[in-house]
Write a protein of this length. Structure first.
Length: 472
């Protein structure tokens, strides 16, 4: 008998935890995984929840176990596996069944899948899920894109399993087709910037102030009671305290300094560039991960150029106080950029993305959850049409209170040869953004000189050309 109310395909880290979360919330869930042994292991480990779990070894069995109209969550490796899974599932489903891709899809793939699934009467949802393993099990942040009517049908289960911020569910419908996966992509882009800036600040403490991991951990712990209060700051303090069993050293000191990446950061940058919206802090963070992976070249370059001797050292506490504020200023830039990219995409794809809601559903469950996001939600609620977060009263004030610290840290890091590319890019962004008369007049003159591209004048309408003599 079909008794499951929902199905989950893919019992890897995320799918397995999501399925347990669903069962934990009182829903009966059918599960299926390509490799049957994984399904068996999952069923064996489900414990008390197994009475609400139907483990299936074939897709036919899986589909038959779910009551129509069936919501089916696909949580497999992003890319080709999702297409393969949809192709295998499609012929077995009926009209009104809903396929939900909950992996980290590129939103352009999601839009293509929407088009491909139009017609047979089945519905597709592209759903971003953030929170890692623990979030999937205890409550992630859920970003839904698709037909609003489809969302209404799955809203009860998705809100039940989502994280809650002061009782409010961190799950929402954000717009049609690719909206959910686009927002998840930018979430991850911001996450890259957040993590990079934290790593830069750690670098200043380690390499300029010569602090050990435990002392740096204490600084991050102290910050977690202030405006930087966030999951990423908390886990940073925690990982810095963990000892390596083999060497007795702090584990961070034995981890190779080459960061992995799976694509969402890069997609954020590509999309922002395509729309002409600067996301410099995210770009710097993605580039920093790529540079981190060039370990052999970096070693060679250090041999060739050496490191700068640490000089101009101020009192350590003064530097630490500035680092806290610099990190906050950098965060303002990264989030302002991320939200501006989402606003541009919203216009381009006609999504009508609700910025305050996005900030609200990121306040709990997801990796960038923080007190800061509550302030962003408030700012966008008060001023929903503002073009840049930096221009809202609360965030303008935050910038005024932190930008001198960012300036001092970037300057100090530059003089000491310490890489702070994301913080420096945040400063460059502010300084470019706040200057009414920039320097692009010269670029326009150059473009007109070599390419007759024309320019506008400040004192007359229309396009003009310069009286270039052609002397070069
Ligand atoms: P895992 O590597 O733990 O599991 C991958 C799953 O995909 C397995 O169930 C695997 O099945 C299945 N799979 C792989 N290839 C195929 C295929 N060709 N056909 C059918 N099934 C296939 O991945 P995660 O659970 O970590 O990630 C799943 C998705 O969630 C990804 O899109 C990921 O980006 C996203 N995500 C991950 C987060 C995380 O913190 N890990 C956070 C948020 C999103 P099999 O057992 O047969 O190999």
């Amino acid at each position: 008998m079909a008794e499951a109310e929902i199905g989950v395909i893919g019992l890897g880290v995320m799918g397995a935890n999501l399925a347990l979360n669903i069962a934990d919330n009182g829903y009966h869930v059918a599960v299926y995984n390509r490799t049957t042994s994984r399904t068996e292991e999952f069923a064996a480990a489900a414990g008390d929840l197994s009475e609400r779990v139907t483990a299936c070894s074939t897709l036919e069995e899986f589909v038959a176990a779910i009551r129509p109209p069936r919501p089916v969550i696909i949580m497999v490796k992003a890319g080709e596996p999702v297409d393969q899974q949809i192709a295998a599932l499609k012929p077995l489903l009926e009209a009104n069944d809903i396929i939900i891709d909950a992996g980290n899809a590129n939103f352009r793939d999601t839009m293509r899948r929407f088009t491909e699934l139009e017609g047979p009467g089945q519905t597709f949802i592209g759903m971003g899920v953030s929170g890692g393993e623990e979030g999937a099990r205890r409550g992630p942040s859920i970003m839904v894109g698709g037909k609003e009517e489809a969302w209404r049908r799955v809203e009860p289960v998705l809100t039940a399993i989502s994280a809650k911020y002061e009782g409010e569910p961190c799950a929402a419908w954000l717009g049609e087709n690719g909206a959910g996966h686009f927002v998840k992509t930018i979430h991850n882009g911001i996450e890259y910037a957040d993590m990079q800036m934290i790593a830069e600040v750690y670098g200043v403490m380690r390499d300029h102030l010569s602090m050990d991991a435990a002392s740096i951990a204490a600084v991050f712990s102290a910050w977690s009671t202030g405006p930087l209060d966030s999951y990423l700051i908390d886990i940073t303090a925690e990982v810095l305290r963990v000892e390596d069993a083999a060497t007795g050293q702090p584990i961070v000191d034995v981890i190779v300094d080459a960061a992995g990446q799976k694509g969402t950061g890069r997609w954020s940058v590509i999309e922002s560039q395509m729309m002409g919206v600067p996301a410099t802090a995210i770009e710097a963070a993605v580039a920093a991960r790529s540079l981190s992976a060039m370990r052999a070249q970096r070693a060679q370059a250090q041999q060739r150029f050496g490191l700068l001797p640490q000089q101009d050292r101020r009192d350590g506490q003064q530097v630490i106080d500035d680092l806290e504020k610099a990190l906050l200023a950098g965060k303002v830039a990264a989030y302002a950029q991320g939200f501006a990219v989402m606003a541009a995409a919203s216009d381009e794809f006609g999504w009508n993305l609700p910025m305050a809601t996005i900030a609200r559903i990121w306040r709990a469950g997801c990796i960038i959850r923080s007190r800061f996001l509550d302030e962003i939600a408030t700012a966008f609620t008060r001023d929903p049409d503002v073009e840049n977060l930096a221009l809202t009263p609360a965030f303008s004030k935050m910038i005024e209170g932190t930008d001198m610290s960012l300036r001092r840290i970037v300057a100090e890091a530059a003089l000491n040869g310490l890489p702070v590319p994301a913080l420096a890019s945040a400063l460059g962004y502010f300084d470019t953004y706040r200057r009414g008369r920039g320097t692009a007049n010269l670029i326009q003159a150059q473009r007109d000189f070599f390419g007759a591209h024309g320019f506008e004048r400040i004192d007359a309408d229309g396009q003009h050309h310069g009286p270039w003599g052609g002397s070069v």
